[in-house]
Structures are given as C-alpha cells and as structure tokens.
Design a protein around this ligand. Structure first.
Ligand code: HPA
Length: 280
C-alpha cells in the first residue's frame, strides 16, 4: 500500500504559491503590495506593464464562494515603481477560514514584499467623517473573536506572540497624511474596528464601538494586518468611509451604496495611492 504523502504545511503551501508567481513573473518580485477593498478595485487596472494572475490559478489560494467575486493579482508599475496589487480579497464572512483569508498576504511576504497597503470600505463613526472621507488607520480593535495566528505556529513566518504595539507603521501614516496635504485632501487618522459581518451593525453596537474608541468599522483588514506584522512587513491601512455607521444618520445601509461611494472617490483615492507608493 502506498504510504500517504505528508501534508504540506501552511509555510510550504505559501512558498509553493510564491514560487509559482515568481516563475511566471520572470522579473524580480515587487517589494510593495496593495490589497484593494470593496469599490476600490479599479486602481489595479491603471498599472503599467501589468501581468495578471487570477486567484484560481495560484496554487493554494482559496476557491471563490458562489457569491464571491473572482479576484486577481496584478503585478505592474505605478509611477515607475514595481507593485503587486490584489484586486479583491477573501473575507471571513464568506466562510473562509482565517488561514485562507490571509494566505495571499503570507504569499506576498514570501515573495519578498516588505511594505503592504491594506485598503477597505468602512462605516464612519467619528462625526468629523462624512461619506467619501478617506482615513488612515492608526490602530485597530480586533472584534472578530478570532485571530489568524491561532493554531500551530511555524517559526519561519515569525514569532508565536507577535508584538502589535505599532501595527500601522507611524512613518507610513505620516507619509500618507503629508501626501494628502499635498493634494489639498483632508486625511484623518482613525481607529478601525473589525467585526465579522456580514450583517451591518445595529445602532446599539455602533454606540458600543464608539465607547470603545472606534472611528470606523468594517469586516476585513485586521487579520491581514496581523499576519503581515508577524512576518515583519510594514503596514499602511487606508479606509474609505463609504457610509456613516448604523444609527449615526437615519439612513439605512446597503451594499450598493458602499460600492458606489468607493467608485465615486476613485480618482482621489488613486491619486493618493500614486503619491504614496513611491515613498514607501
Ligand atoms: N459596517 C461594516 N462594514 C462596512 C460598513 C459598515 O457600516 N460600510 C462598509 N463596510
């Protein structure tokens, strides 16, 4: 009888994915990567000399759920800077495990990415934000009730108990604020609270999140940021406030509005990314 193949570890699977991408690229892998959130994906279409990989063809990447949109990794250049852009991400609320949600970040890390820009659509709690505001994430509240590092730790990724004192790189935050000023754009700092979703919050939950110090709320980013930090990457987090959070105004929240707002601020958002990327 054939002896069963020993199962590949998470590290080996991520290495496998990174090797596949590296082989297809034929050029050196980028040191900077971006993950584009809901409604913000169009930036990937602006890359020059782009090479594309659908998530389905990358070994080890999760398969899209029925309602999930197929995503792709686009590698190309922005203002002469080589970047990898993930157009679409895997969310916990879609039913993926957090090791699946964060697998692309693991892969990017093993490819050699050192600076990671995580973007998302978020609900606004802070009254100084309005629909369409862009926010640089200064810190987070992980209220998902899970952590992507739960389970056996592979020291090749990083330590068992990573320090999260500075998840969102202070220098990167300053760069983002300065570059926004250069385009007369007000970029506020804020604390991002991550919940699982997929239902939006109740007004009572939003009042609770306010008491906890949250400025914005969303359903992504935090697992990816934790994994990136464990691997020693520097992280910049940017939120687009696509709607004010539940109960802040008397407007109900819907997904179409979230996507529309993201698309409406596209030019500003893309302009900001173009200025920030060369500085990271
Ligand atoms: N809540 C949670 N996630 C979100 C929201 C919200 O109001 N808007 C966009 N993503």
């Amino acid at each position: 009888m054939e002896s069963p193949q020993p199962e590949e570890t998470l590290y080996e699977r991520a290495e496998h994915a990174a090797r596949f991408i590296r082989a297809r690229l034929g050029v050196e892998a980028p040191r900077t990567a971006l993950v584009l959130g809901s409604g913000l994906g169009a930036f990937a279409d602006e890359l020059e000399d782009a090479q594309q990989f659908s998530y389905e063809e990358i070994p080890g990447f999760a398969r899209p759920t029925v309602e999930g949109h197929a995503g792709r990794l686009v590698v190309g250049s922005v203002e002469g800077h080589h970047v990898a852009v993930m157009q679409g991400r895997f969310h916990f609320y879609e039913g993926y495990r957090l090791d699946e949600v964060t697998f692309p970040v693991r892969t990017l890390g093993l490819l050699g990415v050192r600076s990671l820009v995580l973007t998302n659509a978020a609900g606004g709690l802070n009254n100084s934000f309005t629909q369409g505001s862009l926010v640089v994430i200064s810190d987070h509240l992980n209220l998902m009730g899970v952590n992507p590092l739960i389970g056996r730790n592979d020291p090749r990724f990083g330590v068992r108990f990573p320090d999260l004192t500075e998840v969102y790189d202070h220098e990167f935050q300053d760069i983002a604020v300065r570059e926004a000023q250069g385009m007369s754009l007000e970029l506020r700092r804020g604390i991002y609270a991550a919940l699982t979703g997929p239902s939006y919050e109740t007004p009572a939950e939003i009042r609770m999140l306010r008491l906890l110090g949250a400025d914005a709320v969303g359903m992504s980013t935090v697992p990816e940021a934790i994994v990136a930090r464990q691997m020693g990457m520097r992280v910049l987090g940017l939120s687009c406030i696509t709607n004010m959070a539940a109960g802040v105004t008397d407007q109900p929240i819907n997904h179409e509005e979230v996507i529309e707002t993201g698309e409406r601020v596209h030019a500003t958002f893309a302009g900001l990314l173009r200025r920030i990327i060369p500085k990271l």
